[in-house]
Structure formats: structure tokens, C-alpha cells
Design a binder for this molecule. Structure first.
Ligand code: SF4
Ligand code: SF4
Length: 438
């Protein structure tokens, strides 16, 4: 028993030392200090307890059993995590109503008049937003001329690819087995540079009803009857996200949108070469659909309190891309790995959101989907005040920690155990602080 007791103490000590090394690598001073303190305190207490009670092996067993019980409660699967209740109504979102469209309506233009005749209730807040400096333009709190210029060019490059999202389909259609084709398409998507890929049955509820942005006629009906969506994630660089809310987060966003556009355009080309229609969905005013629910259907993650998709591997630090198609494919299923339960307890994004756009309270049902509804108007106001796309919710989300053994243990606990979900939210605050400093 003595040997087992001492080995357990050594493993606990090593875990905290590893945590400290990981924290040094991640440049997290508070987590480094606390994990080193935990290593020293655990090691000392374990040893002192051993000295005091070493003559009584029953007392050693009690402490050893308490640790094993804690680990079992933390790591072993107890019950299934909550899933998102989603029964979408047929009512589709009009792209003309999304904030990125609304902020583009210039006073005095025909679009401006037509939109606010249709939605007079949005005029007051939109006019207020338009009075703020535009993102990446002088006047934003964190504006930096050089970097802003470079980021604008990245977005311009992205927009220059819009003409390539669709094209001619090879008239020689291949006869394809859906299972083999699914594997082939997933391999191709990863080979093109995506980090994760999934297939969804394309739910028409996720397709915008009318064009609100981009080169197509404003207000025209959006037609996309494809059966499937191939959705993928791109990891955002941890270092850039950590610099949120300064411009490097926006640089990283623009960069990943550009990668996403190239991947989806090339993937759509590949599918059309097999004889099937395919349409790349790229950022820069060219989406026909809402990517987060599509990616969720494709089994790539769960929607969090902050409205982003959270991936099991990369957490909130991702951007999404997609291609819609009629190529015969086998869809994936949505996944649940504890995000809904964890978000109920955590609320860190809501605490750190400078505009209070993220709700602290319960989910609401929006068009048949139970979710935390973000206030996009005040979020965009914060972006314009800062001059960047903020990203504080992404940066502070506990799921955004980079891949490392200690974080993987926590993610496993969150996936498996209600006990882990409760204490991990508290633990993240302890090690990393409740509020982000910047
Ligand atoms: S991006 Fe910033 S303002 Fe918008 S929801 Fe996230 S934290 Fe709030
Ligand atoms: S910060 Fe917390 S509450 Fe917000 S999305 Fe991440 S896990 Fe959920």
C-alpha cells in the first residue's frame, strides 16, 4: 500500500508540474503560479500525511480512496450530456436583416429607403451604429494603420474570389457509391487544408430567404435546393486569438476566411468535375446559408452561449466553411460533448463581453431552436468602437485553450461527467481568472 500511496502522490505532483510547464508555454502567468503552488502543496501534504500516519495503512487507504473517487467522478461517463433542442420552423432568416447587411445601407440610397420601409423598427439603432467609425477605419479605439490596411487587403482578396463559387458541371457524371464518395470527399477537404470535416443533410431552414449582401440582386429570393452541405473547420491561431480585442484577432479572422474560401472553391470545383453541382459558400458577403447550424448538423461541434460553434478539438477558436452539393453522400450526426451543460454554469463569455451582447440567463426558443440569443446590434457597436472584431468571447472561452495533455483531461471530464462540468468552470476561473486583461 505504501508504494501505491507514494506513486499516487508523485503522479499528482507531476500533473501540476506539467500544468505549470503548459502554462509557461501558453504565457499564462497566473495559471503557472497557481499550478506550481498546487504541485508544492499537494506534494508536501501528501508526504506530511504519510509521515504522520504511515504506521496506520487504513488511513493511507482512506486518502488514496478519496483521490480515486474524485478521479472516477471527474472522468467516468455518468449519463448523457444535454443536446440542443432543435426543431426549426420553416421560417427562414432574411439576409437583409443580418447586421453585416444592415450596416451597409447608406442613408439616402434606394436600399436604405426600401429596407427601413420594410423594417422601420431597426432604423434607430442602425443609424446609431452607422455614426460609429467603421471597423478597420481610423477612429476605432485599437486602430493601427499598417495592420488595418493589410487586413482590408485580405478581405478584398476574399471578395475577389466570389466569381469562382459556382461553375460548369462536367457533363460526364460518374456513378458513385455514397460511402466511398463520402470518404473521398472528406479526405479531399482535409488535403486542401481544412482541420475537421463533416457532412450534413442540408436543412432548408438554414438557407437565407433573400439576398442581403454581395453582387447578386439585393432582395432577390435565394434558391439552393442542394441535398447536402460539406462543412469544415479551420483552427484559428492561439497567439492571435489571445491578442483579442486588438487587431491581430481580425487579421486571423480574415486569414482563415481566405483559407476557407480557397478550400471551398477548390472542393466545389472537384465535385463539379465528378459531374455533380456544387456551390462554395464563402465569407465576404457570399453565404447563402448560416454556417454554425449547418456545421452543428454535420457533427463538427455544439453552439455555445456566445453563439459560436465549439469544436471538441479546437473549442471556440475556429472559422467555418462549407460547400453545398447534390453529390451522393452519407451525412454525419450532431454530437454532444457537454457544451450545453457547461455553458449553463460557465458564463465567462457573458462576463467578458464588453457590450453585454451575450445573455447571462436561460436559452430562448428562436424559430424552433433553443439557444442563447446574442444581441448582434450591441455586439457590432462594440466592434465599431474598438475598430476590430473584438473576439473576447472566443478568447476567454475555456474550450479555447490549445491542445495539451492537461486541457485534454479537462475536456474529457466535461464530456463525461456532470461533476467535472461544475468544478471545471470554477477551476478555469481559478487558474485563468474570471476577467480577461487586455
Ligand atoms: S465579439 Fe465581443 S462584443 Fe461581440 S459577443 Fe463576443 S465578446 Fe461580446
Ligand atoms: S465562455 Fe463558457 S459559457 Fe461562454 S461559450 Fe465558452 S464555455 Fe460556454
Amino acid at each position: 500500500m505504501t508504494i501505491i500511496y507514494l506513486i499516487t502522490g508523485a503522479l499528482l505532483f507531476l500533473f501540476f508540474v506539467l500544468f505549470a510547464i503548459t502554462s509557461v508555454r501558453e504565457k499564462k502567468l497566473r495559471a503557472t503560479i497557481i499550478s506550481l503552488l498546487c504541485a508544492v502543496i499537494t506534494g508536501l501534504l501528501w508526504y506530511v500525511y504519510f509521515i504522520i500516519v504511515s504506521s496506520n495503512s487504513l488511513l493511507l487507504i482512506v486518502l488514496f480512496a478519496a483521490v480515486i473517487l474524485f478521479l472516477a467522478l471527474y472522468l467516468l461517463p455518468f449519463g448523457k450530456p444535454q443536446t440542443i433542442k432543435s426543431n426549426p420552423t420553416e421560417q427562414r432568416v432574411d439576409e437583409r436583416d443580418i447586421m453585416f447587411a444592415r450596416e451597409e445601407y447608406e442613408p439616402g440610397t434606394a436600399k436604405y429607403k426600401a429596407y427601413y420601409k420594410m423594417r422601420p423598427e431597426n432604423k434607430k439603432i442602425d443609424d446609431k451604429i452607422r455614426k460609429l467609425p467603421e471597423i478597420l477605419e481610423p477612429g476605432g479605439r485599437y486602430y493601427e494603420s499598417e495592420l488595418a490596411w493589410y487586413i482590408i487587403r485580405l478581405f478584398d482578396f476574399n471578395e475577389s474570389m466570389i466569381a469562382m463559387v459556382d461553375g460548369e458541371v462536367n457533363p460526364q457524371k460518374e456513378s458513385l457509391d455514397p460511402h466511398a464518395t463520402t470518404n473521398r470527399i472528406k479526405e479531399k477537404t482535409l488535403e486542401l487544408g481544412a482541420d475537421e470535416v463533416g457532412i450534413a443533410d442540408l436543412n432548408p431552414a438554414w438557407i437565407y430567404s433573400h439576398v442581403g449582401r454581395g453582387p447578386e440582386t439585393w432582395g432577390s429570393a435565394i434558391e439552393n435546393n442542394h441535398k447536402y452541405a460539406i462543412a469544415f473547420t479551420l483552427e484559428m491561431d492561439y497567439g492571435h486569438v489571445e491578442k483579442s480585442p486588438y487587431l491581430p484577432i481580425t487579421e486571423e479572422t480574415a486569414k482563415q476566411y481566405m483559407h476557407g474560401a480557397i478550400i471551398s472553391i477548390k472542393l466545389a470545383d472537384y465535385i463539379r468535375s465528378l459531374g455533380f453541382p456544387a456551390r462554395a459558400q464563402i465569407a465576404g458577403s457570399n453565404y447563402q446559408l448560416m454556417l454554425p447550424p449547418v456545421a452543428q448538423d454535420a457533427g463538427l461541434g455544439e453552439l455555445g452561449r456566445h453563439g459560436y460553434l465549439i469544436s471538441p478539438r479546437y473549442g471556440s477558436r475556429i472559422r467555418l466553411g462549407a460547400v453545398t452539393t447534390d453529390l451522393p453522400l452519407i451525412p454525419d450526426k450532431p454530437i454532444a460533448f457537454g457544451v450545453q451543460d457547461f455553458c449553463e454554469k460557465c458564463k465567462k463569455c457573458a462576463v467578458n463581453c464588453p457590450s453585454k451582447a451575450i445573455p447571462f440567463g436561460d436559452k430562448t426558443t428562436v424559430r424552433g431552436i433553443e439557444k442563447w440569443q446574442l444581441n448582434m446590434e450591441v455586439c457590432l457597436m462594440a466592434w465599431r468602437v474598438m475598430g476590430s472584431d473584438c473576439g473576447l468571447c472566443m478568447k476567454t472561452c475555456p474550450f479555447s485553450h490549445p491542445k495539451a495533455f492537461v486541457h485534454d483531461i479537462v475536456r474529457l471530464g466535461i464530456k463525461n461527467s456532470p461533476f467535472a462540468r461544475t468544478i471545471s468552470a470554477w477551476g478555469d476561473d481559478l487558474f485563468y481568472g474570471k476577467k480577461a486583461s487586455y
